[in-house]
Design a protein around this ligand. Structure first.
Ligand code: DX5
Ligand code: ZN
Length: 220
């Protein structure tokens, strides 16, 4: 699939989501952060807003569910038409069953890992998923500093995926910017979420293409 840039609307103007998504230039995906104030100490938006976004954009929607009990809540996002639905490893009770359900509804199934969650236990489950999200900040807020300590895990995730021969995307999320994206691409990530680096820029579309160029140059 190659390099993909997924701007996060968390840093956009929530009162104008339609136009905020429209100004993303050639971004591949639009990343939507669902937070429930339980799994993370922040509350954003839920299914009705995701449905409204889906109705107003042709861009594939990448849902990042930072919520408790994704076994119960995640399938509805796939049913609504999200392209990717990522639940957190730390929150899912039956991740294989859940990933299968997401796929059955036509979504790519993603598993998110907080900084302290190891990737190794997922090695045998890679055939069940389509995306591994390696968080490079503690989830919950935009604008945090990138955690370099997560780079070795990206590298190990890439090794596992390469060895498997499967089409599992490796996504990074948190503090991804022009300063840090090359390190992520060099470590093996191929899907890059960026919130403040895109919406904090004067020209969001230009920020997207700059990030893509930097990632492409650093990728192997
Ligand atoms: C944070 C969210 C991110 C957030 C990233 O927990 O998952 O998607 O929007 O924001 P930046 O790119 O500003 O770190
Ligand atoms: Zn996110």
């Amino acid at each position: 699939m190659g390099i993909q840039i997924a701007p996060s609307v968390l840093s956009s103007d929530f009162a104008n989501l339609e136009s905020e998504i429209a100004r993303l230039g050639d971004a591949d995906l639009v990343h939507v952060d669902v937070m429930d104030n339980h799994f993370v100490p922040n509350l954003t938006l839920g299914l009705p807003v995701v449905e409204a976004i889906l109705a107003r954009t042709d861009r594939p929607v990448d849902c990042h569910l930072m919520i408790d009990d994704p076994d119960r809540w995640a399938p509805a996002y796939a049913e609504a038409g999200a392209h990717n639905v990522t639940f957190h490893a730390e929150a899912a009770a039956a991740p294989v069953r859940l990933a299968r359900e997401l796929r059955r509804h036509g979504a790519r199934a993603g598993v998110g890992l907080r900084p302290a969650t190891p990737v190794e236990p997922w090695a045998d489950l890679l055939p069940e998923i389509d995306l591994l999200l390696v968080m490079t900040v503690e989830p919950g807020f935009g604008g945090q500093a990138f955690l370099d300590v997560c780079l070795p895990k990206i590298r190990r995730a890439r090794e596992l995926v390469s060895r498997s021969g499967l089409d599992v995307w490796i996504q990074v999320d948190g503090g991804v910017s022009a300063e840090t994206i090359e390190r992520c691409a060099d470590a093996g990530a191929d899907v890059f979420v960026a919130g403040s680096a895109v919406y904090g820029a004067e020209d969001a579309a230009a920020a997207v293409s700059d990030l893509r160029e930097l990632a492409a140059k650093a990728a192997h």
